[in-house]
Each structure stands twice: as C-alpha cells, then as structure tokens.
Design a protein around this ligand. Structure first.
Ligand code: OGA
Ligand code: NI
Length: 338
C-alpha cells in the first residue's frame, strides 16, 4: 500500500447501483470496481456519488436529528443506552464514549436492526440484537431511521459487490461469506463546538470494526484521515457519502486493504452532525482471509497500528470481535450487554 496520499477520491458508483439487481453494464461496473480497488489499496477511504439514496430522506433525517439533540437533557436521557439492555441502543451523553481511554466530545444515538423481544435471537439473549429505543420527540425520527438503514443496507450490498469485483472475486463473494444477513449498525452523532483550550477530540484516532462504513456528514467539516504519519481532511462534499473500510475487510484481504485510522474535531462554533452507517459481517460469521486470485499478501502492520493489535491474529466470530471493542468504548455498559 502506498503510505502517503493527499486527497480522498470521489467515485461515481452509479453503474453499481443502477439498472436492477445486476447493476449497470458489465464494463461500467468493472471500471467502477477498479476505481474502488485503487482507493482501498491507497487510503482505504473514498467518497461515493451517484449512490441513489434519496436526498429528501437524508434531509428529513438531518432535520429530525437536530430537533432531537435540542431537546432537554432529561428528556434525551429517557432513552439512555443504560436502559437498552443487551441491544446496545439509545442515547449517550457527551463524554460517555471513550476512544483509547479518552472521553469523546460527542453525544449520540445508537441504532440497529429492529428485532422484537420475541425474535428467537433476542429471546436467546444474543448481545447487540433487540428493539431500538426511539425518542418520543420528534416522533417521526424512528421511522426515518429505519427507512434510512434499509436504503443504506442496500447500498452497502452494492458497494460490497463492487469491492468483490475489484478484488477479482465473484460479485456475490461477500454475500456468500457473511453478509447475506449483515449486521447493520447505525449511529447519529452530534459534536458540540469544542470547549476553549480543550485538547479532547470529537472522536479520537481509531479504525472501524467491520467491513465498510458509509458516512453522511453535514457541512461543518472536521473529519481527518491518516496518510502515512500525517493527516488529511475529508471535507463535506454535497450529495456524497464518505466510505471507509473496517478491520474485517483488512483481515479478509490479508492487509491488502487497510482499515485506515481517522478522527474528528469539530472546527466550527456550532454543532456538527454526522451519520455513520456500519455494514458489517453477520454476528455469527467467522471472518477469515480470502484466497485472493492474485495471490497477494501484505506485511503485518501490528507495530504501527493505532491500537498495537493485529486484526489478523484474533480468532472467533465477528460478534466476539465487536464485543471486545464495545467493552473498550463503553466499559460501564459492557456488563449489561453480555
Ligand atoms: C465513526 C466515525 C466519523 C464522523 O463513527 O467511526 O469515524 O464524522 N465517525 O462522525
Ligand atoms: Ni470511524
């Protein structure tokens, strides 16, 4: 992988999402897949445009989210994550979530696939599965979140088909290896303006855990991506999502694609909203290295990773990996989740 790059590329993924289940013409899809492959090898980050997700839906989501965060603190606390039990859903306050042991300067809402308490997985006590905690006010937020998650799950599938093509695999490879029934997690974050003199980050340097993150950000800016030993900005581009690969795709590709560290600090004297959607392997999937047609392998990067652990060394299911991470970012909640 080339270590230094100066910008995050913009890719029009129209051919992957258009024209029915198989996407656009084969040649077009392959061209887009090659662009994604290039971006994943270089920075692990790319913007997507031409993604087909309804602009009105995104607007509704943003407006209702802003409304929620303006509600009084006691009201927001009515759906606190500590009341969400095993499902790991609901509201958390500024400072409640830790990155590398430091409190993040953001508040937020955690959501996941909606499952009733009598769903077999929920009844069996599976961590991170269950009903969402939606706010009473604004009442429309819950429905919009579910509609947005459905749209982004579909987009995630299309993008993973493109990633498979780019790796020289069949378009259905990831479907057949853990994502036919993906774990989809969705968060809404509000980063308040930084306190004067504070050196705390909105979210500190980290990598994402799963396969692919699809981020909607408002027009504030503040997202930074690690390039070699320095940082570059991933500023807002209207109509785009920022995509980045997570630890599981790093693991599956033997490090050909790296899960690239990133961080956020709100640069503005007003709230910054962001909407990360995580397209991850099924909770029970055992995610292992792909036998790539190219036969490539990358060197172990453990020593220079932000957390000094290797995504290639762990054994277990994706759920095991994720729960290990939850314990670090929400130490006070993990006992409720397990
Ligand atoms: C994340 C993340 C970036 C943002 O949630 O993992 O990196 O802009 N979010 O909120
Ligand atoms: Ni992230």
């Amino acid at each position: 992988m080339a270590d230094d790059y100066s910008y995050v590329p913009v890719i029009d993924v129209g051919p992957l999402v258009d024209a029915g289940p198989l996407g656009g013409a084969v040649g077009d899809r392959e061209r887009v897949a090659a662009q994604i492959d290039g971006a994943c090898r270089q920075s692990g980050f790319f913007y997507v445009v031409g993604h087909g997700v309804d602009a009105g839906l995104q607007e509704r989501l943003q407006t209702l989210s802003r409304e929620f965060f303006r509600r009084p603190s006691e009201e927001k606390q009515r759906i606190a994550m500590s009341r969400g039990g095993r499902a790991w859903r609901g509201y958390f306050r500024v400072g409640d979530e830790l990155t590398s042991g430091k409190p993040d300067q953001k508040e937020g809402l955690y959501f996941g696939q909606e499952r009733a308490t009598d769903d077999p997985l929920v009844a069996a006590g599976t961590p991170l599965h269950g009903p969402n905690q939606f706010p009473e006010n604004p009442a429309a937020l819950g429905e919009v979140v579910l509609e947005y998650m459905a749209a982004l799950t579909e987009l995630g599938k299309r993008l993973m088909a493109g990633i498979a093509l780019g790796l020289g695999l069949s378009e259905t490879y990831f479907d057949e290896h853990g994502t036919r029934d993906p774990l989809a997690l969705f968060r809404i974050f509000n980063y308040p303006p930084p306190s004067p003199g504070s050196d705390l980050w909105g979210v500190g340097e980290h990598t994402d855990y799963g396969l692919l993150t699809i981020l909607l950000q408002d027009d504030t800016g503040g997202l930074e991506v690690k390039s070699g030993s320095s940082w570059i900005a991933a500023p807002p581009i209207p109509g785009s999502f920022v995509c980045n690969i997570g630890d599981m795709l790093d693991r599956m590709t033997g490090g050909i694609y790296r899960s690239t560290p990133h961080r956020v600090r709100n640069p503005a004297p007003r709230d910054r909203l962001s909407f990360p959607f995580f397209f991850d392997p099924n909770f029970f999937a055992r995610v292992g290295p792909i036998d790539l047609p190219s036969g490539e392998r990358a060197p172990d990067d453990r020593a220079r990773r932000w957390d000094k652990t290797s995504v290639h060394a762990f054994s277990g299911t994706y759920g095991d990996y994720l729960l290990g991470k939850v314990g670090k970012v929400f130490p006070q909640l993990i006992a409720k989740v397990l």
